[in-house]
Design a protein around this ligand. Structure first.
Ligand SMILES: Cc1cc2nc3c(=O)[nH]c(=O)nc-3n(C[C@H](O)[C@H](O)[C@H](O)COP(=O)(O)OP(=O)(O)OC[C@H]3O[C@@H](n4cnc5c(N)ncnc54)[C@H](O)[C@@H]3O)c2cc1C
Length: 379
């Protein structure tokens, strides 16, 4: 096959589809090949929680209405043991099965002129000739391996679908567990009578403890959200490559996006926003590099670091702090007292947030109060 493409995108999840969409938005005549080992629609193990930031990013490249027919969700409940906070979020999120959401994005990319082809890529040599390649092939990325980049910390999670109990309609529920943090169970109402329910936790470093079994993950879910396991079906698990302090992208013509780029929020396990944002950055960098005859890898690295660099550092620190139960409890208490802190925690967990002075002061004051109460209790 003697083919030549301007851009080949490997993986047609949110990262890959967004890369194709952004590239064609910037240059409609670009020859774009979008490869995936699966045909679409295809299922993907996920909580299906889609942050408002995703729709903003997509709107910026002329993609609107992918949430059409699904119900916005406004209420978030966070709990650990006896501590809990339930509030209305500043902006609604959507819970859209990935089977629907991802297929809509691929359809838009094809409408815009991308060629979709079903192909499992096992090595870079198999790819047709292309000026730029985007590796958006998920948590076990062949393209990332090709670049010789290791992953940082990883989590594992399992999800199923269960009927939504009346008391949880319109709500996203998160209940933290006691195992390796981040560890939590969730129930996200889809708005169509079903909820996405699941549980995930940090994986041990390779070669140390055994990874948690499927049975253990489901036991934890049942412990934190009783009744979910019996009511649920379509269970599916997957790895989550969590982001670290600094994000890496080498020079050259292979650009990484989404999970392949090791970008999942280490506090919350959310990765769709990063996938869309970095997919768009990759598509734009590809077009710019072709126009200006510059290095696409360098352009992509600068664009992503500019957009997400500070936020990634803040979420990294927040996730390390959240390994301590006392901090999680403190965060929940402060968020219950102060709606601005609640909004900031949501922003940090979903998208582009920072650890603010207000959040730190709230936590310190809360810890101080707890210490004083503890001392009084000791007497
Ligand atoms: C249980 C669970 C719950 C989660 N909950 C949420 C949530 O509620 N909200 C949120 O924002 N994030 C959540 N995440 C994270 C989110 O699912 C990912 O961050 C997101 O899917 C990343 O998108 P992506 O396009 O990078 O990768 P993917 O969505 O994994 O897409 C990668 C694509 O590449 C294809 N592919 C893989 N290998 C090859 C190959 N060798 N050749 C060709 N094609 C290939 C796959 O078929 C797939 O279509 C969750 C993850 C898990 C596991």
């Amino acid at each position: 096959m003697n083919e030549s493409w301007d851009l080949v995108v490997v993986g047609a999840g949110p990262a890959g589809a967004s890369a194709a969409l952004a590239a064609l938005h910037a240059e409609p005549s670009l020859r774009v090949l979008l490869l995936d080992r699966a045909d679409f629609p295809r299922d993907k193990s996920c909580g299906d929680g889609i942050a408002p930031h995703c729709f903003e990013q997509l709107a910026a490249i002329g993609v609107t209405g992918v949430e059409s027919g699904w119900t916005p969700l406004t209420r978030l409940e966070l709990a650990r043991g006896e501590q809990s906070v339930a509030r209305t979020m500043a902006r609604p999120v959507y819970v859209i099965p990935r089977e629907v959401f991802d297929a809509r994005l691929v359809e838009r990319a094809v409408d815009r002129g991308a060629t979709f082809r079903r192909q499992r890529v096992t090595s870079v040599d198999q790819l047709p000739d292309a000026a730029v390649v985007v590796g958006a092939d998920g948590a076990h990325s062949v393209l990332r391996q090709h670049l010789g980049l290791p992953y940082g910390r990883r989590a594992i999670a399992i999800r199923g679908y269960a009927p939504t109990p009346a008391g949880r309609r319109g709500t996203q529920v998160i209940r933290y567990g006691d195992r390796r943090q981040p560890a939590y169970a969730w129930a996200f109402d889809r708005g169509d009578g079903l909820s996405n329910v699941g549980y995930g936790e940090l994986l041990p470093s390779p070669g140390t403890d055994a990874p948690p079994s499927r049975a253990l993950l489901l036991d934890q879910l049942e412990l934190l959200l009783p009744g979910s396991v019996e009511a649920g079906e379509h269970w599916k698990g997957h790895h989550l490559p969590l982001s670290g302090w600094r994000w890496h992208q080498p020079d050259g013509r292979v650009l990484l996006a989404g999970d392949a780029a090791g970008l999942i929020n280490p506090m919350t396990g959310e990765g769709i926003y990063y996938a869309i944002a970095t997919g768009i950055a990759a598509g734009r960098s590809a077009v710019r590099a072709l126009r200006e005859h510059t290095d696409p890898g360098a352009l992509h690295r600068h664009a992503v670091r500019k957009q997400l660099g500070t936020h990634l550092k803040h979420t990294f620190v927040a996730s390390r702090l959240a390994e301590h139960a006392v901090i999680v409890d403190g965060g929940i208490r402060v968020a219950r007292r102060d709606r601005r802190v609640f909004d900031e925690l949501v922003e940090l967990g979903l998208g582009d947030g920072r650890i603010s002075g207000r959040l730190v002061r709230g936590l310190v004051a809360g810890l101080g109060r707890k210490a004083v109460t503890g001392l009084k209790g000791d007497r």
